[in-house]
Design a protein around this ligand. Structure first.
Ligand code: KG4
Ligand code: ZN
Length: 332
């Protein structure tokens, strides 16, 4: 069983994972809280932190996996998309290890990591599916025929879904990242209080737009003045309902149009319990199967990069050590 060590540093999470065959031996993640004060990720701060965290996480992953580094068969790193100065750290470390131990290096697309993550806990068979990737940087609908066979159906034309969660959280006085905070406050809120726009719900294509929704929340707040706890709960619940409704309906329509019977959802926003519940209900009603990643695999991690790398390695793929990172790396 080949052992793959993967490093993920595309944004503000530093992560290292070790996978032996289908068995996850270690998955270490260090999240950076320094960005909270700025209400968003500061690239310079993120890359400095990756430099600090990477050696420590590598050591603890190797210890937890109970292997020696020279037992690793391939070293992988996220090559994009992401922040250039962050990607460079993980890719350089993985390349250095590959060079030092004379093992293959694999440059992995972060989005492929997310896209494959729902299959991680199953039987590893990548069946054709409609894949919704919803994170802080991306909102994509993808038709998947198998591992490595992807066709982008649609994407957000402005803000990503997670970005909308983060921006609205800031507007209502909540911390970063905003998704979990909004989900928490929405739990006891009245989602019917504000009728926020469901942009592009009936656009007839597979694209999304969340900036109008964000602006509608901003106008509502300006009209209301001071935000009491009750009001914050209702704003969060109404906003969350609008995002979830659009994501669920457009994903199901994309599946129906291509006659695909399996829906997968991945990325940080797929941690959201309201999204998971509504997607499951809609899939059940339509007779579709739904696969989501476990919550630890939804937000950025290196296990998903190791998983994608193991598929690539199995298919005989290997990257040159001269392969550059690409902040805009496309999935297909
Ligand atoms: O996949 P991820 O960790 O990083 C990117 O590749 O962007 O996603 C992070 C995003 C953030 O915008 C965060 O607010 C959002 O995922 N998120 C959530 C939840 N947990 C994380 N959004 C809604 N509900 C959640 N429970
Ligand atoms: Zn991500």
């Amino acid at each position: 069983m080949p052992i793959v060590l993967a490093i993920e540093t595309s944004c503000d999470e530093t992560a290292v994972a070790i996978l032996r065959g289908h068995e996850l031996l270690a998955s270490e993640v260090a999240s950076q809280t320094e960005h909270e004060a700025y209400g968003g990720v500061v690239p310079e701060v993120a890359s400095r932190n990756h430099l600090l965290h990477a050696p420590r996480l590598l050591a603890s992953a190797v210890e937890k996996a109970e292997i020696e580094l020279d037992a690793v068969d391939a070293f992988a790193a996220t090559a994009g998309p992401g922040l250039a100065s962050s990607l460079m750290i993980g890719a350089s470390v993985a390349k250095g290890l590959a060079l030092g131990f004379a093992k293959p290096f694999l440059a992995i697309n972060h989005l492929e990591g997310h896209l494959l993550s729902p299959f991680f806990t199953g039987d590893f068979e990548i069946e054709p599916n409609v894949s919704l990737i919803v994170s802080g940087g991306h909102t994509l609908l993808v038709a998947v025929r198998g591992a490595g066979e992807y066709r982008i159906l649609g994407r957000t034309l402005d803000d990503a879904a997670g970005e909308a969660f983060d921006k609205v959280a800031k507007m209502v006085g909540l911390g970063y990242p905003g998704g979990p905070e909004i989900e928490h406050w929405a739990l006891s809120g009245n989602a019917a209080r504000f009728d926020f726009p469901r942009s592009m719900l009936d656009s007839g294509d597979d694209n999304f737009s969340f900036s109008g929704l964000k602006t509608a929340v901003r106008y509502q707040i300006a009209k209301l003045g001071a935000i009491s706890d009750d009001l914050r709960r209702d704003l969060c619940a109404s906003f969350q309902r609008a995002v979830v409704e659009v994501l669920v309906k457009k994903t199901l329509r994309a599946a129906a149009e291509r006659e695909l019977r399996l829906v997968t959802v991945s990325g940080g926003v797929s941690c959201n319990r309201e999204l998971r519940a509504q997607m499951l209900e809609a899939c059940d009603r339509a007779g579709l199967k739904l696969l989501t990643a476990t919550p630890e695999l939804c937000t950025d991690n290196a296990a998903m990069i190791a998983f994608a790398a193991s598929f690539r390695l199995h298919a005989g793929f290997e990257s040159e050590l001269t392969r550059e990172i690409d902040p805009n790396l496309a999935l297909a």
